[in-house]
Design a protein around this ligand. Structure first.
Ligand SMILES: NC(=O)c1ccc[n+]([C@@H]2O[C@H](COP(=O)([O-])OP(=O)(O)OC[C@H]3O[C@@H](n4cnc5c(N)ncnc54)[C@H](OP(=O)(O)O)[C@@H]3O)[C@@H](O)[C@H]2O)c1
Length: 336
């Protein structure tokens, strides 16, 4: 983890990702010289407690990043677009959780266990993009399979409501509460339909070809991070009534004919990836176990009956930890 005593800014400190970021700093006992939390005007007057000190919430304004070494952004695309370059101009590294810079040719998109070496090759303060939560766990599982000649990937996701932020998570819990109190389930606000007892095949807006933006993020970001521009990859994303933790069913086709032992051995060698694979004893990854933990988990590894050299597996991770805050901290750890 980060060893230097840094001056850290945290934009979106009161959100799901921001709060998890503070929790991770606590768990890793990271000492800071300064913590400068930012949120919207409605949070002014609140403060963040860290290392027995109160750090008052501030709002974004000119020169607000002065003196900081590192600024984490988790307040959505428009805020990152406007303010992350300001952090860079003031001499800080900006690690951005939004989609604003991910596909830019001028910015790194980093999952440290996969392409962290790029950070050492580009050591000056800059805006570094954190990939989409569903992409991060997918690339950690796909990276060790590149040596088999990874040709084609199909992924279907089962994504938790926490991926939509605090308000989205509250929508599921308040629908549950109303149901348990025999009240009418309130109309959806963050989701297009009731999320309780439902699966919604829509995450982000749709394009002309019928893909929603979450699917296109997975497709484009995976190719960029794995440096496989010709990878044939398709994604179908679904929001499910799970509080926290994303799951993915993956079909991966290789050039090479390999055994199950080859695939398992490759997974076991990958940093950040844990194999749980004994399905007959009900041992495979699932979100109840994975939520609140740091690794990406993989299991249910088996060969497709019809598709040549195609392997099927199940990938699970905590979307706020490895999918956002932890990945950002790991980037920082490589920088400092
Ligand atoms: N949740 C996930 O699993 C996940 C995973 C990967 C990436 N991300 C990305 O991370 C970002 C944040 O997600 P989240 O889940 O943490 O959302 P969230 O729970 O809704 O939190 C949003 C944060 O942004 C702050 N904010 C809003 N307006 C602001 C402003 N004008 N100036 C400064 N801060 C402002 C909010 O402050 P107030 O409390 O004052 O409103 C809050 O701290 C998004 O870009 C999201 O796509 C999320």
């Amino acid at each position: 983890m980060i060893r230097k005593n840094l001056r850290i800014g945290l934009v979106g400190a009161t959100g799901m990702v921001g709060e998890t970021f503070i929790q991770l700093l606590n768990e890793e006992k990271v000492s800071v010289q300064e913590l400068r939390p930012f949120a919207s005007e409605k949070s002014l007057g609140q403060s963040i407690t860290y290392e027995n000190k109160q750090w008052p919430i501030q709002i974004l304004k000119p020169d607000c990043f002065k003196g900081l070494d590192l600024v984490f952004f988790s307040s959505g695309d428009p805020i990152s677009k406007e303010w992350a370059p300001e952090a860079e101009k003031s001499g800080a590294y900006a690690i951005d959780n939004s989609a604003a810079f991910r596909m830019s040719d001028n910015h790194l998109l980093v999952t440290p266990e996969v392409n962290g070496h790029l950070l050492a090759e580009n050591p000056q303060p800059q805006v570094i993009a954190n990939p989409n939560c569903s992409t991060i766990q997918l690339v950690v599982a796909l990276n060790p399979l590149k040596k088999f000649g990874l040709k084609k990937v199909h992924v279907a996701t089962y994504q938790a409501v926490s991926g939509g932020g605090k308000e989205a998570q509250n929508e599921l819990t308040s629908q549950m509460k109303n149901l348990s109190e025999n009240k009418k389930i309130q109309a959806p606000q963050d989701f297009p339909h009731q999320i309780l007892f439902n699966c919604i095949p829509e995450i982000g807006g749709f394009d002309e070809q019928g893909f929603c933006s979450e699917e296109m993020k997975i497709i484009n970001e995976t190719k960029k991070i794995l440096q496989l521009p010709k990878l044939q990859i398709s994604a179908f994303t679904v929001r499910v009534p799970v509080l926290n933790g994303h799951s993915e069913a993956v079909w991966a086709e290789f050039e090479k004919d390999v055994t199950r032992e080859d695939v398992l051995a490759a997974f076991r060698e990958q940093e950040g990836l844990k194999v749980i694979d004994n399905p007959k004893n009900h041992a495979y990854p699932h979100v109840v176990e994975a939520s609140g933990k740091n690794p990406v988990y993989v299991g249910r590894v088996h060969k497709d009956l019809n598709l040549p050299n195609t392997w099927i597996f199940w990938v699970v991770a905590d979307n706020i930890r490895k999918g956002a805050a932890l990945n950002g901290l790991q980037i920082a750890a490589k920088l400092f």
